[in-house]
Design a protein around this ligand. Structure first.
Ligand code: PEP
Ligand code: MN
Length: 338
């Protein structure tokens, strides 16, 4: 960390900064220029924060030199980390597709969805049993019964399952149902207690980007999971809020190569929640694969008109099968498989 002193900072102010750095176990390196003094804190600067120095007399500003995320940073781990999700590798040559309905609704719906997504080539199945809805009066998900239906339908097709955890009190239940991947949704990206809880398990976690989160905030959220000991993290870009209102969110395609540069963990894309319209999903999915995404999370419903959640963005089984064929070509063009 570097602390830049104001031009008129006196020796007392410089000494106070120095004392604070030493008290935290770091070394001090002072550089006296003609205009101002720079104080360097040498050592594990993650213990320090600009907030500790900025209010002190004589300090103009202070800043970190190192990135605040460590375990997730590519800086410290050059090779791609491949996450093994129940035998399916994320972050290797193959672009992995997770598909299924937004929410678990009925046994026939789940059976039809599982058969369709498997037949089209998806390797994992999604389905929400606990739904984060904007209104408390809309369908909230089937809860534990939904986990059961998801597990049964996916098992029949030999598909691992991905489902969202909203409440840390449900974590044990998720583990009992052998949920293969825990999804942390956009609204919970900075629910730090939830992140710490999943950090204590070794279950793969899909960490969706907060709809208004910067890449740095997203990486720091992942660092919470990693710091707890769980290094099975998959990032998922799902669109962000901007001034544009013509579509649900803006798919931040730029985030894919940028994030892959910053972290060694896999990065996947959810084109469904980004576009919010089924007809937009193919274009966004192709763009994501072209940009280097390691996987896709796509909403597919056997009968979108009857979906209890996100009906407008769900692909039909036929649309999904067509998209999978298209994606195979895009993946090949960028040196990947599907
Ligand atoms: C979902 O995947 O169904 C979901 C609610 O996603 P998000 O958290 O990205 O809105
Ligand atoms: Mn949804």
């Amino acid at each position: 960390m570097i602390i830049v002193m104001q031009p008129d900072a006196d020796e007392k102010a410089i000494e106070a900064v120095e004392a604070k750095i030493l008290a935290h176990g770091l070394q001090v390196h002072i550089s006296r220029g003609t205009e101002r003094t720079l104080i360097g804190a040498v050592g594990d600067e993650r213990k320090l924060d600009p907030e500790m120095f900025d209010p002190m007399p004589g300090v103009e500003k202070s800043m970190h030199i190192l990135k605040q995320y460590k375990i997730v940073a590519r800086e410290w781990h050059k090779a791609n980390t491949v996450i093994d999700v129940s035998g399916i590798p994320f972050g290797a040559d193959t672009v992995q597709v997770i598909a299924g309905p937004c929410s678990v609704e009925t046994a026939p719906q789940m059976a039809a969805a599982a058969t369709a997504v498997r037949a089209a080539g998806a390797r994992l199945m999604r389905g929400g049993a606990f739904k984060p809805r904007t209104s408390p009066y809309t369908f909230q998900g089937m809860g534990v019964d939904g986990l059961e239906l998801l597990r049964t339908a996916a098992d029949a097709q030999d598909l691992p399952i991905v489902t969202e955890l909203m409440d840390p009190r449900m974590l044990e239940t998720f583990l009992q149902y052998y949920v293969d991947v825990i999804q942390i949704g956009t609204r919970n990206m900075q629910n730090f207690d939830l992140l710490k809880e999943v950090g204590r398990t070794n279950k793969p976690v899909i960490l969706k980007r907060g709809m208004s989160a910067t890449l740095n905030e997203w990486l720091m959220a992942a660092e919470y999971i990693a710091a707890g000991g769980n290094h099975n993290i998959i990032f998922c870009e799902r669109g962000i809020r901007t001034f544009e209102t013509a579509y649900r969110n803006v798919l931040d395609v730029t985030a894919v190569p940028m994030l892959k540069r910053e972290t060694h963990f896999p990065v996947i894309v959810d084109p469904s929640h980004a576009g919010g319209k089924a007809w937009l999903v193919p274009a966004l999915a192709c763009a994501a694969v072209a940009a280097g995404a390691d996987g896709l999370l796509i909403e597919v419903h056997p009968n979108p008109c009857e979906a209890l959640c996100d009906a407008d963005q769900a692909l039909t089984p036929d649309e999904f099968a067509t998209l999978m064929r298209q994606l195979a070509g895009v993946a090949r063009a960028v040196g990947r498989n599907l």
